[in-house]
Design a protein around this ligand. Sequence first.
Ligand code: NAP
Ligand code: SF4
Length: 665
Amino acid sequence: MAGPYPHLAEPIQVGALRLKNRFVMGSMHSGLEGHPDRFDSLARFYAERAKGGAGLIITGGFSPNHAGRVKDHPCTLDSEETLPAHRKITEAVHREGGRILLQLLHAGRYGYHADIVAPSPIQSPINRESPAELSEAEILRTIDDYARSARLALAAGYDGVEIMGSEGYLISQFLALRTNHRGDDWGGDLEARARFPLEVVRATRQALGPGGLMSYRISALDLVEGGLGQEETLWLAQAVEAAGADCFVTGIGWHESAVPTIAGAVPQAAFAGAAAKIKQVTSIPVIVSNRINLPETAERLIREGQADMVSMARPFLSDPEIANKALTGKSQLISVCIACNQACLDHYFTDQAISCLLNPRAARELDYRDDAAEATKAVAVVGAGVAGIACALEAARKGHRVTLYDAAEEIGGQFRLAAKVPGKRDYGLAIDAYDRQLEELGVKRQLGAAVDAETLLAGQYDEIVISTGVTPRPLDLPGAEDPRVVGYSDVLTGKVRAGERVLIIGGGGIGHDVALYLAHPNVPESEELEAFEEHWGIGRAREPQASPRKVTMLKRSPGRFGRTLGKSTGWVLRQELRDFDVRQLSEVTYRKIDAAGLHITRENEPDVLPADTIVVCAGQESNRSLADQLMAKGCSVHVVGGARLAGELDAKRAIEEGAKLGNRL
Ligand code: NAP
Ligand code: SF4
């Protein structure tokens, strides 16, 4: 078969549907499920992904009834009232030649509202609310509710439904002894605990009839104490197939698991083995998920027979065209998801509609214009960090002639440094993709020499964008000129090799990243999976971690470290630093640096911390001198990203500012 990824390209029969390829856009909460008035946005969002080649799309979760909602807004499909809004989604996807399933998710004790229910009244460690125990009558009604929602989904034009049976939601709660202590026919041995999910599958099958597709998201690994063991999971898979499911999507871990399952710390396709085991004992297609962001990984998994299809949720956010690009030999242009979670999951957890750090258009497609500019302009973008790149790409898409300047030899700015940090290797892939996208869109790159105001003015540009980013804040302290005091960029680029005793001044995002970089043993890529499983105790006992250095982080402010890190990834980084024995000192006053080390005061006591290396991660200052010079000459400029505002700068804001400006020019 022709093409770079023949296995991904091959059509497949799943239930009654023939799917055009093996790319599945996996389910992900968009934050809009409870807002039918905003389904125009959701329709456009999914339609873009269908147009981009997804063989199958699965929506974010909709609850079969009010008690099962995840959040305190009505993300339910329990009446005909919202069908017209849903039809906008299904019609838009079908117009683009796509297929779409609606996911049915009953949150059980994971709902964030007061009236949650569960098989047993056991509170989840990640929820302040305690669930009420479902009565037998309520269980039977809930099963009927799944069937009603499946019928409504078909009426709304969906191609079928997915039953969410993983991640610790209601179905997992019935299955696991951890959460099901019932003494009636719905609790006890595995067969009794599986009665609820199997009844749900049977009722849903009946509601869908032979024509509707039913996917079952199975927890391939629970990763919690009191969860299902492997033999139990395989028994369940066979029972679910017999009850009428058409395919499996694998889910990994409960939300309360103390093991990262989708963060950057997770190696590529780390859990594919668990999917392969399900495939071995069943005969319906198995769709593998978790940390699969590259077509070559996806192709390998299918070629090796570990799965039949591949589910990518976040990679379809960062690049809606991932499937088409892969299948037409343009995978070098794919904006590879970097697993940062900053604009997707972290938005959802903080009650914001999701988007993507790399692709701020995601789920905001209606806010961007796709038409060409009325007049072609000459645009200069100064600074090829992520803000400048995003601006240059959007402006070039509008048809403008764009020149991108940077004093550095390579594009990427601070993002390129991030790629050195353990778990952030994919940041380098994102920069490589940016480079090729700039090339493809004809953006002229002037790299390796700083451009000055005179050159820009002589260039007769219609628009000048200053995205010169930030400069690390220098340390203002007696002895700061000591050769042991170094900037973080020199450490991350390898220009400076840190000694064995390291002090890090600053407890922001970069301080944490540098601490991990220095405390982490440098594991070769080929050994990453084994090291990950040992570290987090997956399928084996958790091993103590050894660090090559003694690292201490310091900050002046009170409170614990890492409070500003992302909600869904910060805990992983904090745990890794604890495991590598990184010491963290707050409320420190810096006095001076001399031969003895860093002199501090803490809790009113003076102290001296000896050090071989002192790394300064003391935040950033705006780099806007060029903007000021141009404005002083009467030139009007646009200033974006860190050059505009260094405080609270992150790549998400920088990229969004750049992209929005570029789209407006
Ligand atoms: P930051 O988050 O603002 O942190 C700066 C740190 O420097 C603070 O902990 C501050 O602590 C300290 N500081 C400030 N002024 C100082 C001074 N004059 N002398 C000594 N210490 C000083 O900045 P960043 O770490 O450079 O990060 C930049 C941006 O990138 C942030 O928005 C960050 O969220 C983002 N980022 C995030 C991640 C991540 O989430 N994993 C990773 C990298 C970067 P005290 O004032 O308490 O001393
Ligand atoms: Fe991937 Fe980060 Fe975008 Fe989420 S925000 S889709 S993790 S790149």
